[in-house]
Design a protein. Structure first.
Length: 299
């Protein structure tokens, strides 16, 4: 819409110059073509916004309060958290639905969840002081992050007690499968966090670079417009500067959207985000059927 306003002003100036004999019909029609092109883009953007708002209201089941909508289209206001806290503990991942499901499968096989976590779940810090991936997280993966390097403490007695059926080979095989799936689920969780943090680092750099590019394009447009008003630059140069500025602004918006999306991806990978984390560690542990808590203690 900002570009549309600029092109409307540009077209108005060209119309005035044609009327006074200081410009040609060719330049006027060029300005008109650029104006109508950006008008079509603006209408298309308005349609997408209206469609998305309808979809959101359908999802929520009620009209959206004005205070919950983006403020003036500023992407920075769409999410409440922008900085990734340093020192996020890996215990956050224990609240992921897939890890909870794998743990409940182990509970069904009479596993000591505290022992299973101690054996297979790395207790590390996920983020460094800068909010990026910590060295501990990076060291969990060998060969550029392709393979899992954490060795589980398989000597720990994960399964305790159980019925007579637990002695059967079929039950042992089911337990082995449950343990393997639990370990794989943990590996997947840490890998997704590492990938999300890596993506975040790259996206932040892209946003910074594209913001500077857009600002440079705006300054260039202002200079060309000033030169044009003094008869030094042609209207074609102004149109070219407008196109460059518009393209730079679109790239900046897309990068900011990617930045927000990467934060959502990290939020999901952590199993529900990090806003409520106060450094006190995990919440109430899951209890196993034999009455012990996550640490193997009787409740």
């Amino acid at each position: 819409h900002e570009t549309l306003r600029l092109r409307e002003e540009s077209y108005g100036l060209q119309a005035e110059r044609v009327a006074t004999g200081n410009s040609s019909q060719l330049e006027l029609r060029q300005a008109e073509g650029e104006l109508e092109s950006i008008r079509a883009d603006a209408l298309s953007a308005d349609q997408r916004v209206a469609t998305d708002r309808n979809a959101l209201e359908l999802l929520v089941g009620t009209p959206l309060p004005v205070e919950l909508l983006p403020n003036g289209g500023n992407l920075a206001t769409m999410l409440g958290v922008h900085e990734i806290p340093p020192g996020l503990p890996s215990d956050l991942l224990r609240h992921r639905p897939d890890i909870l499901a794998a743990e409940h499968t182990l509970i069904g096989a009479n596993a000591n969840i505290g022992a299973a976590r101690a054996a297979f779940f790395p207790s590390i810090r996920l983020t460094a002081t800068t909010g990026r991936a910590s060295d501990d997280l990076s060291s969990l993966f060998d060969h550029g992050g392709r393979s899992w390097s954490f060795l589980p403490q398989i000597n720990l007695p994960i399964f305790t007690g159980g019925r007579l059926l637990a002695q059967l080979s079929v039950s042992k095989a089911e337990r082995d499968i449950a343990v393997a799936r639990y370990e794989q689920t943990i590996q997947t969780a840490f890998r997704e966090v590492a990938d999300a943090l890596a993506q975040r680092r790259v996206v932040d750099g892209q946003v910074s670079a594209l913001r500077k590019r857009a600002e440079a394009a705006r300054v260039a447009y202002d200079l060309v417009s000033l030169r044009n008003s003094h008869g030094v630059a042609s209207h074609l140069e102004v149109l070219d500067a407008q196109r460059t500025l518009y393209a730079a602004q679109q790239l900046q918006i897309q990068s900011e959207l990617s930045q927000q999306t990467s934060l959502v991806t990290l939020y999901k990978a952590l199993g529900g985000g990090f806003e409520a984390w106060d450094g006190a560690g995990p919440e109430t542990p899951v209890s196993s059927p034999d009455g012990t808590d996550a640490g193997g203690n009787h409740s």
